[in-house]
Ligand binder design. Sequence first.
Ligand code: MLT
Length: 399
Amino acid sequence: MKRNSHLAHLSPNYLFLEIQKKKKAFLEAHPEAKLISLSIGDTSEPLLPSIANALSNYSKALSTEQGYSGYGSEEGTKQLRTKIAETLYQNTMHNTITPDEIFISDGAKCDIGRWQLLFGTDITIGLIDPCYPVYSDGSAILGVKNVVRMPLNAANNFFPDLKRADLIYFCSPNNPTGSVATKEQLTQLVHFAKQNRSILLFDAAYASYIQDSNLPKSIYEIEGAKEVAIEVGSFSKMAGFSGVRLGWSVVPKELTYECGYKIKEDFKRIITTIFNGASNIAQMGAITALESYSELQKQIQLYLKNAVLLKQALLRCGYRVDGGEHAPYLWVSQKERSSVDLFNHFLEKYHIVTTPGNGFGVYGEGYVRFSSFGSKKLIEEAAQRLSVTYPSSPPFSSS
Ligand code: MLT
């Protein structure tokens, strides 16, 4: 059997596995080190008890004749889809999102992979670079060759100079830079997509971190977006579901191919063929999560306060820090240092693991990403380490 040449072109490991390997090697060389990992963006706070109860009650009922259920609807339960539409899409005054436009999934990452199947190989994709590696790696696995990169940097105030592509991936709040697009910028994006007949793949996985009502949480807050955009959402960072797994996609009725066929119909075809719908247990948990939306905001506030603490400590040390205000990520740079140099610097000097910015794309070179996920105690310790200048090895390594 010949190896799939598209896979052979990828780096052997997904970005965060590569960092795990580096972390392991460092610990082998320095077994006394107490590393603080601020690399992968993974939630640390326990589930709300009400959510855990909903998951466990539904699981227990599955062992009874009355409570057992097998396959559900591939799009997800009507109850959850209605709840998402009512709770998360009330501000989309120009665009009403209805439950039949919402498809429940096992997470945003998996749905992005399924979106890629929708459009196939023979297309141009627009990547805002740096970006979540799934956009580029996922497309590369399918064999997409035409990639247009749009740099995102401090010089353009973290909004790219838009270039034409059939599909444009856009993430706000942005992973990895932590920047958030304004209403004016998203309006420009939607107009651009309309004029150029592009489709926007809008990743709103971090929308619940937006604390300013003037900043859009959904692309559908922008007039006309239903004609050009698909949106993905996630319970991972909103409700601590990174392990439970649950997300959704919105595929509007208005969105069609040039032949007029509704894209939504093809998306349904894909999920009914290669995905049988999300776990019914997780869906019950998600309904409770949406009913507890204000409680969830307390956890989000904690991660955002962590971001402030880290940002202050890093700024005091003289680094340039972007992001971290409506997002759990900080985008950190210093003079002419490369990503690898900065990554090694934080690892060796402070025993803090970050993510090298060049892992998110060529234009991420010169940066590292700090994640603000972690307990208050952990982040306080990281900030404390950063506040102390150590001449040689950190003295905290064996504590
Ligand atoms: C991140 O850290 O960027 C993501 O949350 C991890 C992932 O989904 O790959």
